[in-house]
Design a binder for this molecule. Structure first.
Ligand SMILES: Nc1ncnc2c1ncn2[C@@H]1O[C@H](COP(=O)(O)OP(=O)(O)OP(=O)(O)O)[C@@H](O)[C@H]1O
Length: 763
């Protein structure tokens, strides 16, 4: 494999980004910049990545014509217009930007041998891989990864600009936002500390600058003149300088620690704030490991700014001070040092690109590793029940094996780099020592100068090492910065919706106006033209087959998602005018997969334990029929829940969640299968108690057990994302439609169970 340049080489920021990253490279190749996020949105990237079709749709949206072709490796070498995108190794996309058929084959073609006769063509294929950079493959290697076994053709997509590709300048500027550019802003509150730091480090540099003169004085003056007093004085001065340097370093470290830890907290807390502001789709489309790993990226940036860049300033200062001293002492030694150092730096920097490449691979694997752990721990029960431990562990071992390989390569490169660097460094120092020794013998310099030269060289070496550290950290910080910037560039879920609290209109019914919804741009419509009114102060029930879109509809009302088409109104006002905070304050919800937090029962219900309304709490608990059970516990409401509500039964969890929603006393209540884990007696009690609570609220209930919603004011029947019937229980039963069939099938089921039970009793 040979490294090449020229064709753009953009990196995927996480595992599922290869498709959009390839598109980005191709657009860039044709002279247009699109941000990865923009293309990701256009592709409708999900956790599963993207398909050829998604990429082709996105390409056409940015003005690239896509041509999907099935072809052989011969066709690729001789006929296909490039650049083209190929699906690779079953799970990855790369761009082919250049091919070079071998001479023999070219001759074959030029001698007009029919194309079909050219089999097993030979040549090189130049690929820009978003995970690895530029790579050159032999035709055989390439086809092994490209062409599925049992076939002699692979699929690719050639992309060319359409006529209006270059006119789309506007979009590009719009998308090229840099919201994280105020990074330096994190450090401005500490301006004073930085000034102090600067003074301390300046002092250290000056004090250290005195040391070679002291050594020289001891040897050339003290020893030559046999002046013990002078040597004693110099010794005391030397000790004083060393102590001052150590103390100054102590102060420096203290200031750094102080600033660093604060900046770190600020950075990560802003990341968390940003994450919490992102729409739920972000979390659905990103792997947990990616999100967690990005928190680590902050550490790198912080460490770069705080350690490397600051040290670099002083290293440069030290280098200049001692460089000048060295030059005054002996220019030849200075030049030897400079030449040696340049070779040293060049050697180390030669490894930079490989290291960068490995860092991307490393991030990818570490993210996977993190996701693995999170997923394994969360699903341990299912792993055990299905005897899935071994296979699950093998998956981990597979990641580890790949991590091991990357680590091994990193280690190999580091070793080669260090070995070479040490060799160059030792050679340089050796040359200088020899040169000095000769110069002392020939009387060009004194012995004192030789000793202090050694000291100065030592002092000059440190900044060179610092400089290399700086460049390496800068590279890594840049990668981390890119990854973080990507998150900070994303639109908040609050974007394009109202931000102030406003008075709601008089009529607070929810009017759903031809709402359509799809989870990602190229997936199927989960809701199709939903039109209905949810009257204020009434109970509306939604029923329908599994997968008909009931929960999705509820989530749209809770504004966890935005409709892809159509609008939701509250009376005469578009719901988007109301801030999300205000809206969610007005909504209480018990969702199918509601979560219990790792906190006390009390905090799980009231959430804000600073102002507890005990009256409201008691009512909520009684309505949810859980008060008695909690009070029987030794620690009562202060009982700690385990993670995910460990320690509670499914039904108890649901009742705590119901209590949480009721305690909020919201205007709108959403129940999605909120009582499905309850036994019938509990359910009946709660349903009866809820009647009272529901009286002045707008309630939307999704239920499979139809007995619970018989009394609803309005029942909506959904099928395949459409509303197919609306009415109350009686009118829908009379209609003899889908609702009637659902009720009948549940009654049949109950009567079958009763008849079976009867039979068993008689036996
Ligand atoms: N996060 C998601 N991403 C992509 N598709 C989703 C997502 N959630 C649900 N879907 C799809 O949307 C469709 C409707 O799902 P939804 O959960 O709304 O149905 P439902 O009527 O509530 O079903 P159930 O009664 O089984 O809970 C399903 O086909 C499902 O596969």
């Amino acid at each position: 494999m040979i490294k090449l340049r020229s064709f753009p080489s953009d990196r995927q920021l996480d595992k599922m980004d290869c498709g959009p990253a390839c598109l980005k490279m191709i657009a860039k190749y044709y002279g247009k910049f699109y941000s990865l996020q923009y293309l990701r949105d256009k592709c409708g990237a999900t956790k599963e990545g993207v398909s050829f079709l998604d990429i082709s749709n996105a390409a056409e949206e940015i003005g690239l014509r896509s041509l999907s072709i099935k072809c052989s490796i011969d066709d690729l070498l001789f006929r296909i217009p490039l650049p083209a995108l190929v699906h690779w190794n079953k799970s990855h996309f790369v761009v082919i930007h250049k091919v070079r058929a071998s001479k023999r084959k070219k001759k074959n073609e030029s001698s007009s041998v029919a194309s079909k006769q050219i089999n097993n063509a030979d040549g090189s294929i130049y690929v820009s891989d978003p995970a690895k950079g530029h790579i050159k493959y032999g035709a055989k290697d390439f086809s092994d990864k490209w062409i599925k076994s049992g076939s002699d053709m692979g699929k690719l997509m050639a992309l060319e600009p359409q006529a209006d590709f270059y006119q789309r300048q506007g979009d590009e500027k719009l998308e090229r936002r840099k919201t994280f550019e105020n990074f330096i802003g994190y450090f401005t509150p500490y301006r004073k500390s930085f000034i102090n730091l600067f003074i301390v480090m300046l002092l250290v540099t000056i004090l250290q600058g005195l040391l070679p003169f002291i050594s020289k004085a001891v040897i050339d003056v003290g020893i030559q003149t046999h002046d013990i007093d002078f040597i004693n004085i110099v010794l005391i001065a030397n000790v004083a300088i060393i102590v001052s340097v150590l103390l100054s370093n102590l102060v420096r470290d203290w200031i750094l620690l102080h600033v660093t830890s604060r900046v770190n907290i600020a950075l990560i807390s802003d990341y968390l704030i940003k994450l919490m502001r992102l729409p739920i789709t972000f979390f659905e489309n990103k792997m947990t490991g990616d999100i967690l790993q990005r928190a680590q990226d902050h550490e790198r940036i912080r460490s770069f700014v705080m350690n490397n860049s600051l040290n670099m300033v002083f290293s440069a200062l030290t280098f200049i001070v001692f460089g000048v001293i060295m030059f005054i002492y002996n220019p030849v030694i200075f030049y030897i040092f400079l030449a040696g150092s340049i070779i040293y730096v060049a050697w180390v920097l030669a490894f930079l690109n490989v290291r960068k490449k490995l860092d991307w691979e490393y991030f990818d694997l570490v993210s996977k590793n993190q996701s693995y752990w999170v997923e394994t721990i969360a699903s341990i029960q299912d792993i055990k029940i299905n005897n899935y431990e071994k296979q699950k562990r093998w998956k981990w071992e597979d990641i580890q094996a790949r991590l091991y390989k990357v680590n091994l390569r990193v280690l190999g490169i580091t070793n080669t780099q260090n070995l070479g660097a040490q060799f160059i460094d030792s050679l340089k120092n050796l040359f200088i020592t020899f040169y000095c020794a000769k110069a002392v013998i020939s009387g060009e310099i004194t012995f004192g100068v030789m000793i202090s030269t050694q000291f100065i060289i030592g002092m000059l070496n440190a900044p060179v090492v610092q400089f290399i550290q700086f460049i390496i950290s800068f590279q890594f910080a840049k990668i981390s910065f890119l990854r973080l910037n990507e998150i900070h560039q994303l639109d908040d879920e609050h974007e394009n919706v109202g931000s102030n609290n406003i008075d709601l209109p008089e009529n607070k019914s929810l009017i759903i106006n031809n709402v359509m919804f799809q989870y990602s741009p190229n997936s199927k419509m989960v809701l199709q033209g939903v039109r209905l009114v949810i009257p204020e102060g009434k109970v509306t029930a939604i029923v329908g087959d599994s997968g008909s879109g009931k929960s999705t509809f509820l989530k749209l009302l809770l504004r966890l998602y935005k409709p892809s088409y159509g609008e939701i109104m509250i009376g005469s006002m578009n719901i988007n005018n109301i801030s999300l905070r205000q809206w969610r304050d007005k909504c209480g919800a018990v969702m199918q997969d509601g979560k219990i937090f790792n906190d006390t029962i009390l905090n799980n219900i009231v959430l804000d334990d600073e102002k507890i309304d005990y009256g409201k709490l008691k009512k909520a608990l009684e309505t949810a029929n859980i008060a008695q059970e909690i009070e029987m516990l030794p620690l009562g409401y202060q009982t700690m829940m385990g993670e995910q509500g460990r320690g509670l039964s499914g039904g108890q969890k649901q009742r705590v969640l119901i209590a949480r929603a009721l305690y909020k006393n919201p205007d709108y209540l959403f129940f999605d299968e909120a009582t499905n884990s309850l036994d019938t007696i509990n359910e009946q009690k709660i349903v009866a108690a809820l009647d009272d609570v529901f009286r002045d609220k707008t309630v939307i209930v999704v239920a499979h057990r139809l007995s619970t919603i018989r009394k609803a004011d309005q029942i909506i029947v959904m099928q395949d994302g459409r509303v197919i019937e609306i009415g109350n229980h009686n009118s829908l039963m009379e209609r003899q439609g889908h609702y009637n069939r659902l009720v009948q099938s549940q009654m049949d089921l109950t009567s079958t169970v009763l008849v079976e039970a009867d039979k068993n009793n008689q036996n």
